[in-house]
Structures are given as C-alpha cells and as structure tokens.
Design a protein around this ligand. Structure first.
Ligand SMILES: Cc1cc2nc3c(=O)[nH]c(=O)nc-3n(C[C@H](O)[C@H](O)[C@H](O)COP(=O)(O)OP(=O)(O)OC[C@H]3O[C@@H](n4cnc5c(N)ncnc54)[C@H](O)[C@@H]3O)c2cc1C
Length: 613
C-alpha cells in the first residue's frame, strides 16, 4: 500500500506494573504502591519488531497511544527503542472508554496519521485488563485482515504479504496474510530492545503529535464512559464457596499420612459424573435467542462450546427463550445430533463459500451478518485463540459491546444479562451490563459444567445463507500441533497438583514431579510460575490459563487470589499447603495445611516410596 519501504504503526499502552497493583476492599479502589508504570510487555515486542522491519526494508515506524498525559513517558521509551515519531491521543473525554471505543479512537487516529500503512502492530493483550480485543476491533474498523498472536515473521514482501507463525490453542500455524494488515505480537515474537535512561532522555527530542477527540472528528458523547457499550454496574468482593478445615501439620510425616488418606478418600467418594453434568430440559420453540458459537477441534466439537450450550440453555430458561448453536460452514449429522442432545433448540448453519470450519478469518464477518439477520439477545463465544479473534471482529462490525473472559452470567430482576468478570488482579469481580444488543461475551474453557446428553432430544436446523462476507486474504499454509505429554493432562487428570512461586525455584520441581508421578497427578502452575519460566504457559491455571475440574486439587505454595481460584472452582476437593495461615488460597480450599511445603511433600514422597506406589 505504502510507497518506499514499510509504513508501520504500533499501538502501545502504558500499564501499571501489575505486581504492584492491589485492591482496597473497604474503599473499593485500586492501590498502586509506588505507582510504577511500564510499557505493556507485548507492545515492547511490537515496537522492536517494527523497528527491525524498517531497518531492513526502510520506511517509518509511528508509535501511537491513547492514554492520560503521563502515557507520554511510554512514548519516549518507544522512541528511544527506535520509533521515528509518536502520536498521543489524550483527552479527558476518553476516561472510562471500553475496548470498542478505544479501538474506534485508535482506528480514526491511524486513518489520520498514516492512511497508507502496511502493518499495524498491537500487543496480544495488555497485561492490566487482558482483553486482547482492541487488536481485532481495530482491524475490523480499518477493514483489514488480522493475525493474532504472531510468534515469528518468516518472510515479508513489502506492499504484498507477510508470512509468519501464529499461536493456536493446540500449537502453531504458518499463515500468509495480505497487506495492509493488523498483527498482534505474542511473547515469543522477538526479544524486546532494552533502552538506557540516557537514551530515553535523548528521545524526548523526537516529535510527538498530540490530538484530542475533536481532531479525530468524534464528539465527547461518542467516547469515554458515555460512548462505551459496556458498563461496570458494580464491583463485588469475590465470595469463596468453600469453608476450610485445617489439618494438624506440626509433624511432617503425620501431615503427609493425613494428606494421603484424604486424597484417597476423596477419589473413592467422588461423584464426578454428577458434578460435571447438568441437565438441559425439553426443547424450547419460541422466545428470545441465546446463541453459542460452535468450534471444532481434532476430536470433534470442542467441550467449551458444549459447556456454553449448557449455560445458554439455563439462560434461555430464565429468559423464556431458546438456546441456539451457530455453526460455521458445513455441519455433520453426528454434530447436529450432539448439539440437540446437549441443549440446542435451534442450530444455525452459516453458509457462504468463504466460511469454512477450519479457517477463522471470515467468521467475524459471518457472525455479524447472521446476528443482523436474526437479532439474538446474547451471543456467547469460547475464549479460545479463534474466539478471541472473531468475537471482537463481529462486535466491532456491529458496534456492540463485548465482555471478555467472563466467569459467570446472571439474569437480573429486569431481565438483563449481567456478565461477571474478575478485575484488579483478581481481588474483586466486576458485574458488567451491555447497553447494546446482543450482549456478547467470551468464556474460557472449563468455567461451566458440561451438559448431560439427552438421547433423542432434537434441535431444528436452519441454514442462513450469507451474502456480505468479504475476502480477508489470510491463508493457513501449515498446522503444527504441539503436544506435551510430560506433566499429565490437566483437563482429564483425577488429581492435579498446582505449584506456586512459593516453591522457591525451578530446582524444587523434580521432587514435586516425582510426587505427582506416584500419585498419578497432572502438574499445573500459577501464572507467576509460568512467567518465571519454570513451567510452560499451557500449564497455567486460572482466568488467563485453564479452568480445570479434577477430583482433587492440591495447591502447593500458591497464594491463591481470584485470578487463580476461578480456574479451580469446578474442582471436587481443594487441599492447600501454604506457610502463611492468612494466605488467600485457604478461602478457596476445603482442607488446609499451614506448613512448609517441603516438609509435607518430602514426607509424602517417603510414604509413597515405602508403599511402592
Ligand atoms: C489480569 C491478570 C490475570 C491473571 N491471571 C492469572 C491466572 O490465570 N492464573 C494465575 O495463577 N495467576 C494469574 N494472575 C496473577 C495472580 O494475580 C497472582 O499474582 C499469582 O497467581 C500469584 O502467584 P503465586 O501464588 O505463584 O505467587 P506468590 O504471590 O508469590 O505466592 C506464593 C505463595 O507461596 C507461599 N509460600 C512461600 N514459601 C512457602 C513454603 N516454603 N511453603 C509453603 N508455602 C510457601 C506464600 O505464603 C505465598 O502465599 C493474573 C494477574 C492479572 C493482573
């Protein structure tokens, strides 16, 4: 699109250093000790990659942010990293903007500043809010394709195409995307450039263009809290549902024996089937529609779509409406049968030559057109790599709100669907309502129970012939599945041991792995452990990791705030070992051991070894 070289915009966000953010439950405010702000880590990778491309092909890198006056510091840092100039969209009217408004503002600014861009880089998500929605929404508003979670750039033909790998839930894909395009940077994309304080000071000499909403042709009513379709109605303190019983832990050996007896009793008594499956009731044939998008994996329909169908059936009962499954492209007889038996009253098959079941780039447009045709009241999408791309695209096309990573859905007294989302590092839950229709939300796998299959329950199948699906110019050239059999299967194991940063170092892992092996347990971790590189990201449990439902979850030196705890709410029995009697994990545990984890696990290992187990 551009002339000489590559013309690149990088959208960045200044974020609080999340490790320092705490929530004051009394005053319901955020406490930022020291108030240190940083450039969102994914954005640092974007800037580095953009600068490197321009060093190779020539051209220009513009960094852009929408944020308060102090966000200028973040722009200086990016200029020091090698960006040529910066744009700061700063206006009081922008306070309280949700992702859609943020994307609208950024898209407008991009059109003003560099309408002939080749690439717009965004981070995969910002570490404070973790929605990951702004990138896909910007792409939709600019009318260009997107590649989310880019892990490497293999080849660029300036003005034509970019080829690179992107992350998927199962591994990676080599994709080719037509330029201009938006790409979002994953952690592995590139090592971010480090800059020295003196370089940042020097970079202040580079140009920063400042603009307010008026300069973008937007009014104060269209932006900020006023213009945002999603509204935080209420902040609630996370309410634990378990009551902890502490076990005597002064003697390591005795503690280990008690622990083992407890685990075995739990396995014996567990009624897994009953806990996992909910009923869906008879077929409903009229009333408002609650939609669920159907995704497929290697083994057929993904469980998360079925879990959402169960939840849609529950909401449909409350709203006197219907639960509907939405399938992209052809549907097989076995699939329609399963969807009907798991709670769908209707199945919509989205038909268009470009809409195929295994390529996500056209799903956003297809979903938006289908929503326009049928006007559902709610649309629930899995928060998978795919769902995080097509749901925001569809929302942006329709101009409606989207709440990412919900952990619960409620119908209030006025019949509104309230979306529950953890906030502020997980110490509270935000209750969000949407001013626009449909209510759109994404939900992580494992949050809701799987609906029971009711033999013979049949859904009505409708074909929706679509006409507006635009060619996106994304081709998948290769798919790589990266399986990791070591550490067991988090989603299927009867026992999961979750390790927290309190284990001290990665050197403690072999002993814990041995305990896990002897117990037949899978190994999971907190985000901090993953961030420290002690275990891979696929092992993370929690709001931005996996939600699991083992019969026994053993939390070892895990602090246990809500961001982690939402990942274990379906666990049968939670046992926590923590040296601190005040640790939050005990609020989410059935049994607690206040002890040094080493004493307990070393003794446990000895007992298991003696048993030859
Ligand atoms: C937007 C956002 C999303 C997030 N998503 C997730 C997520 O999906 N999953 C997740 O896990 N986190 C997530 N987090 C991070 C989360 O908020 C916590 O920071 C993190 O879970 C804490 O990790 P930790 O328990 O390993 O470490 P720490 O907070 O360091 O806690 C270590 C614990 O170990 C205990 N301990 C120390 N030594 C010992 C010992 N010798 N024996 C026994 N106990 C000991 C300590 O008492 C402490 O409780 C998210 C944060 C944000 C901001």
């Amino acid at each position: 699109m551009g002339g000489e070289g590559m013309r690149i915009i990088v959208c960045i966000k200044q974020v609080p250093d999340v490790g320092e953010v705490r929530f004051d439950p009394e005053r319901k405010t955020v406490i930022r000790e020291g108030g240190r702000n940083i450039v969102n880590p994914f954005d640092r990778r974007s800037v580095t990659q953009a600068v490197e491309l321009v060093e190779r092909y020539g051209g220009e890198v513009v960094v852009m942010t929408m944020g308060p006056p102090q966000a200028e510091e973040a722009l200086w840092e990016c200029l020091a990293m090698g960006a040529d100039r910066a744009v700061h969209v700063c206006d009081r009217a922008l306070a309280g903007s949700d992702t859609l408004v943020t994307a609208r503002v950024l898209a407008r600014a991009i059109e003003r500043v560099m309408p002939d861009f080749d690439i717009v880089f965004c981070g995969k998500y910002a570490i404070d809010a973790e929605t990951g929605q702004v990138g896909p929404e910007v792409a939709e508003l600019l009318g260009v394709p997107i590649v989310c979670g880019l892990t490497s750039i293999e080849e660029v033909e300036p003005g034509r195409v970019l080829r690179g790998y992107r992350e998927t839930d199962e591994g990676q894909e080599l994709v080719e995307v037509r330029l201009p395009a938006v790409v979002t940077a994953a952690e592995r994309l590139i090592r971010p450039r480090k800059v020295k304080e003196a370089e940042v000071v020097e970079a202040r000499g580079k140009p920063i263009e400042r603009m307010g909403v008026e300069a973008l042709g937007l009014s104060a009513e269209e932006v900020g809290g006023l213009g945002s379709p999603t509204v935080v109605e209420e902040l609630r303190i996370a309410a634990p549902t378990r009551e902890v019983r502490f076990l005597e832990a002064s003697d390591g050996k005795r503690a280990a024996e008690q622990l083992l007896t407890l685990i075995r009793q739990q396995l014996e008594a567990s009624k897994r089937e009953m806990r996992e499956e909910v009923g869906v009731g008879p077929v409903r044939s009229s009333g408002p529609e609650v939609w669920v998008t159907v995704e497929r994996g290697a083994e057929g329909i993904r469980s998360v779509s079925l879990e959402l169908l169960g939840e849609a059936a529950r909401l449909a009962d409350r709203l006197r409406g219907q639960a509907c499954a939405v399938v992209f492209g052809k549907v097989m007889e076995a699939e329609t049968r399963e969807l009907g038996e798991r709670g769908a009253d209707r199945i919509y098959v989205l038909e268009h030559e470009r809409v195929k079941g295994d390529e996500v780039s056209h799903w956003g447009g297809a979903l938006a057109e289908a929503i326009r045709l049928r006007s559902p009241v709610a649309v629930l999408c899995p928060a998978t790599a795919e769902g995080r791309e097509y749901a925001p695209r569809a929302a942006a096309r329709l101009g409606v709100g989207l709440t990412g990573d919900c952990v619960g859905l409620e119908v209030d007294g006025d019949g509104r669907i309230v979306q529950l989302k953890p906030a502020f590092g997980g110490s509270i839950v935000a209750a969000i309502v949407t001013r626009t229709q449909p209510v759109m939300a994404t939900v992580r796998p494992g949050i809701f129970a799987l609906p029971r299959r009711e033999n013979g329950r049949r859904a009505v199948v409708h074909s929706l012939r679509l006409s507006e699906v635009k060619e996106m110019g994304v081709r998948v050239l290769e798919r790589r599945v990266e399986v990791e059999p070591k550490w067991g299967d988090l989603e299927r194991a009867r026992i999961v041991i979750g390790v927290g940063a309190g284990i001290g170092s990665a050197e403690a892992l072999p002993m814990i792995e041995e305990v896990a092996r002897r117990l037949g347990a899978a190994l999971g971790a907190t985000r901090k452990v993953v961030d420290l590189g002690w275990l891979p990201r696929q092992r993370q449990i929690g709001i931005t990791g996996k939600a699991i439902g083992p019969e026994v979850y053993l939390a070892v030196a895990v602090r246990g705030n809500l961001n982690h705890a939402v990942g274990i709410q379906r666990a049968g029995c939670v046992i926590a070992i923590n040296a601190d009697p005040q640790a939050e994990i005990f609020r989410y545990a059935d049994y607690g051991l206040v002890a040094d984890y080493r004493t307990v696990l070393v003794s446990l290992l000895q007992v298991l070894e003696q048993e030859g187990g």
